[in-house]
Design a protein around this ligand. Structure first.
Ligand code: PGA
Length: 264
């Protein structure tokens, strides 16, 4: 089973509705023809409806940046899975390091979101990654495996086929200090090994593992050349259509999906 690459733009807390419309329109114009990858836009909640409208009829996909695990209820300030499905979302970013760092997200709450998402039509993009201190202490594999074990607890191999992972070393996010392709590949291969041990070969071969952390037009090519890097979660460089489109078109020749035949 092949792994169609995913290039996802995480807009974080940027763009008003008119700004979001303009960016979505420009990205659509430049990315709709891309057949070598899936292009995903993750605007803030407030712009999802407008961006959904701008993307209608295109091949681009819409993602949210977070979601609550309950379908409804007295949870002031939260957004549910049915609300996102209703808006046309197909993916949700879960457990981003900024949510872990500033908003108390833990592996347990990541797991609640993931369990709810695998039972829905939405695909979770589950973020994992170590801090600089953890890497310098040599604990990076242990930390990432812990995040995987906690975040994916209770999932079956079938559930695992529905998830996307994003390895985002915290020291590379928004710092301009990207992981070298070799360092990223090493971790991606380790994550795939963990998936194989936990869920078996089919899931390990099928799950896409995106890299995130200072992905730019200048480094995307070398990252995508690595055998276990199946796409990118892009922050800063996705806020301008020009730089995001250069990332989407990392392979202007149009490449084939990794690991075999094309499949999304
Ligand atoms: P960055 O953010 O590209 O600005 O480093 C990536 C992310 O946080 O997903």
């Amino acid at each position: 089973m092949g792994r169609m690459p995913v290039i996802a733009g995480n807009w974080k807390m940027h763009k008003t509705v008119p700004e979001a419309r303009a960016l979505a329109r420009a990205v659509r114009a430049g990315a709709d023809g891309a057949r070598h990858c899936l292009t995903v836009l993750a605007p803030p909640f407030t712009a999802l409806a407008a961006v959904a409208e701008e993307l209608r009829g295109s091949a681009l996909l819409l993602a949210a940046q977070n979601v609550h695990w309950e379908a409804r209820g007295a949870y002031t300030g939260e957004i549910s899975i049915p609300m996102l499905e209703d808006l046309g979302c197909t993916m949700v970013i879960v457990g981003h390091s900024e949510r872990r760092q500033y908003f108390g997200e833990t592996d347990l709450t990541v797991n609640r979101r993931v369990r709810a998402l695998v039972r829905s039509s939405l695909q979770p993009i589950v973020c994992i990654g170590e801090t600089l201190a953890e890497r310098e202490a040599g604990n990076h594999y242990e930390i990432v495996f812990q995040q995987l074990a906690g975040g994916l607890d209770g999932l079956t191999a079938g559930d695992a086929l529905r998830i996307i992972l994003a390895y985002e070393p915290v020291w590379a996010i928004g710092t301009g200090r990207t992981a070298s392709p070799e360092v990223a590949q090493e971790m991606h291969a380790a994550i795939r090994g963990w998936l194989a041990a936990r869920f078996g070969g089919e899931a390990a071969g099928a799950v896409r593992i995106l890299y995130g952390g200072s992905v730019k037009p200048e480094n995307i090519g070398a990252l995508m050349a690595q055998s276990d890097i199946d796409g990118a979660l892009v922050g800063g460089a996705c806020l301008e259509a020009e730089s995001f489109l250069r990332i989407v078109h990392y392979d202007s020749q149009g490449s084939q999906s990794k690991g075999g035949q094309v499949h999304s």
